[in-house]
Design a protein around this ligand. Sequence first.
Ligand code: 5AD
Ligand code: SF4
Length: 444
Amino acid sequence: MTSPTPPTRKLFIRTYGCQMNVYDSERMAEALGPSGYELTDSAEGADLILLNTCHIREKAAEKVYSELGRLRALKVENPDLKIGVAGCVAQAEGEEILRRQPLVDLVVGPQSYHRLPELEARARQGGKALDTDFPEEDKFDRLGGRPKAPRGPSAFLTVQEGCDKFCAFCVVPYTRGAEASRPASQVLAEARDLAERGVREITLLGQNVNAYHGAGPDGDWGLARLIRELAAIDGIDRLRYTTSHPNDMSDDLIAAHGELPELMPYLHLPVQSGSDRMLKAMNRKHTAEDYLRLVERVRAARPDILMSGDFIVGFPGETEADFEDTLALVRAVSYGQCYSFKYSPRPGTPAAERDQVDEDVKTDRLLRLQALLTDQQVAAQAAMVGRRVGVLFEKAGRMPGQLVGKSDHLQAVHVEAPETLLGRIAEVAITGTAPNSLAGVLAG
Ligand code: 5AD
Ligand code: SF4
């Protein structure tokens, strides 16, 4: 046993991209605790700066290189400063980062975070440290899994990582590797621990979270079984999961939406396009009709569920007619909140090699799609006015006496409420809407 060093060094982590990176950043900070690191909120004065990066679209990766350029000044000020790149850009580009940006000391892929203490020590001795392996050992076992300090009443919990779907546009199967699920016992232990620390809401994370199939005490558990067990934990009042693939929405999971009050009425279910031709070219392995039927079944189980999705416009080969199929699907579903992107060719993925759609056509389609999605979001918010919803209060609002929380439907809600309600769920009557939030008053 080595005894942990008291914190003497400052660690700054900048997190890009998805919620899994947010979760991973917390685990990295914990892994570096025994090496004497304590988190700080600013890059200035830090002894180690880690950029936890995203590679999903080109802009995300380019941001990393411009941020590295800006960090040069800090390294001139403090020659002992070490700079590391973690996350999916680290995994995808590996050594190329060290070549392109010599001020980087350490490159670590998402499967190797448990090796950070060794890598940091190597960097500290003046070497360059690189680890982008997909090791045999379980990183969660080695990381200790347990979050030490959840911030606030809502926490992420990674249950599954990687993806075997190989959508033709997506880097995830290459940067996060093959689908792997954490054993159910590990997930349950982490959730109990979170509940004891005051967490009321857990969002289960996975690149393909509804494909979860972790080892349980009595054989493989799917996500629905896992959610049922998590819902039974004292203190866990709210559960969510993201992100899901339509083809992995099992009957059991759909039924759980109707049966478990803890499972919140919000579902992020990306479809990417409403054109069957595009869905086929994307290797999505379902049609627009399959998706619409699925949404119908989910709504039959939980009528007030708010649907969310992801869309890509300007995928190679997309015509105006294909794009109009996407608009038609959006109208048919009526979403509460969505993310939409211009297709961005990612090196090494099949679609990057195909004939590309013009940039101005992509821009035009994105604007038209986003106008429709915004209208739907505004309508979904307006529809909440006059209703009562549960709100989990997370922090103080901008106005004195005001708290901000999340509704069951994952909408931000501003309410005049006493601070004693922080970290707790209360019934709120929704009285009005603002562009990205709701206003309400405590009910009952
Ligand atoms: N270009 C644009 N958007 C992409 N996404 C994934 N890969 C790409 C790409 N190459 C989007 C998808 C996915 C979300 C996380 O990011 O919509 O669901
Ligand atoms: Fe990427 Fe999701 Fe498709 Fe997997 S299912 S390849 S993570 S878009």
